[in-house]
Design a protein around this ligand. Sequence first.
Ligand code: UT7
Length: 332
Amino acid sequence: MPRTVFLSTGFYVPDRVVTNDELTRWWQTSDEWIRERTGIRERRWVRPGEQAGSDLALEATRIALERGGIQPSDLDCIVYATLSPDYFFPGGGVFLQRKLGVPGIPALDVRNQCTGFLYGLSVADAWIRSGQYRRVLLVGSEVHSTGIDFGPAGRDLGVLFGDGAGVAILGATDDPGRGVLSTHLFADGRHAELLWCESDASARFPRISHEDLDAGRHYPKMQGREVFKSAVAAMLESVRTALAANGLAPADVNLLIAHQANLRINEMVQRQLGLRDDQVYNNIDRYGNTTAATIPIAIDECVASGRLKRGDLLVLTAFGSGFTWGSAVVRW
Ligand code: UT7
């Protein structure tokens, strides 16, 4: 059976840099609080109305295609992970497909929030190993900034999120020593309301009302402390599960890339796994939380800077709304 390898990667973030200081225009907050409690210094936001998530994904895809010497017509399938699709429906995958000019190939949307890239990787890996598709474009893309509550209630979430896209073009190899070794996915819907967006929603009638708008139900809401504690425990557990499934230990890991939601979460995971600083990568200081895009953006930065080299053992882990979480082990 073939294995799945990363043929090429790319990422794109809007050029508009939003510093912590700029956020004090809207909220009672400070650069110091945001840096100390989250590790974020700045994030990128689109200029509203100028770029959608599928536009960010297109730019990231162009970079990955060019770098890999791959044509859009070489792609067999698109897997598009996002919690902020351009529209309620259809999903973002078809808009990206249209912009890429590759009508006909399937476009699957994955709605697993911060774990979306790992859920997508697991599906793409199964398709590639089964031989159904040989080249899969796996995307994580988000535009959060158009859905931020600029009133006082939006402060805790508003400072955390950034816009961006990261992609990987996945392919098949017969080399048994390389590729995706395993993926591990989890979910617990009992906690869905701890991080969610209630409206507009087909579960409600009307789907959105003036009262919903007045109450801000169309903005995301989070119980930060609960999510924080659950994120540490779940990512830790899923990394341990992934390593054990492959007969590996933390000392074998060349690079752990964890979802970028809060630097303190990742520092706790690092400490409890006993990993050195050179075994982990964080870039939340520059992008904030870009949800499904955080992992592919970080992978691409590590490839570009030489932190991730052929033969390295790469471990990925993420946690987010749902709750959903997971991990993957890759021999790069
Ligand atoms: O991506 C999906 C997964 N998401 C996450 O994993 C995020 C998990 N949660 C977190 O990262 C953190 O809980 C937050 C960053 C959201 C909040 O940090 P915290 O250390 O848990 O703060 P807190 O909510 O316990 O609030 C501490 C204080 C409060 O003030 P009082 O009650 O102590 O006077 C808050 O009102 O900090 C205040 N606060 C702020 N102050 C300045 C909350 N947000 C802010 C802010 N600026 N942006």
